[in-house]
Design a protein. Sequence first.
Length: 282
Amino acid sequence: MYVVTGATGQLGRLVVEGLLAAVPANEIAVVVRSAAKAEEWAKQGVRVHEADYNRPETLAGVFAAGDRVLLISGNEFGRRAAQHGAVIDAAKAAGVALLAYTSILGTATFGLADEHRETEEALLGSGLPYTLLRNGWYTENYLGDAAGTVERGAVVGSADDGRVATAPRRDYADAAVAVLVGEGHENKVYELSGDAAWGLSELAAELAGASGRPVEHRNVTPAEHREVLIGAGMPEGYADVFVDVDAGIARGELATAPGDLARLIGRPTVPLATTVRAVLGA
């Protein structure tokens, strides 16, 4: 059985779509907090398990010997290491054949990486066959409000001239599918990122080109960046995370492009310009 945790999230849905195109639906299981959100898959024959990372007892019976599991990292900052540990413990007790984990690039030292490193240590310590999918940044991280960015005429950040090698979520999802259904990925570490790194000035130029409107890159101090994010409605804790990540980008921590992602998916990663134009409907 191919098992995907966090399956109704943005990345998880794409992974399940990829699995449905690669293997029979009755060989796929999803682990979700709300079974209602997975009804479409259940109708196709996918097995649906309702469980909560915060309640380890709900993970009992979710996994079975021989399963190939994808543990998609949670989004509750500060709680993720314990949550992931509960999944790893349940998978170990069941004797799964592989546990792949969506971690973060090995070059990252900003605070967001800490829980990923703790999870990696727990996974390696479990003795389970593992695959570390060290994901870089998603291109979509910068395009959630692309139309608003164009309207305001500025890409605002505190990463200076730092560069980031992004790829769209679907590329990372395709890599996860390749590992789950492929052979020879046990006890491997993959550093996954886009084929080319770019800076926020290039993002501004792509938004301007796709929209036909002027867009500039406006670099601000970390304190100013934090205020901009909070002013836009982001919770303070999340704003702190994003500002800290920009500091890491300024240090070059998300610029690495070793080519592992393209090799896993068997094609070049989707360029920034393509994703920008798709998001803006250009």
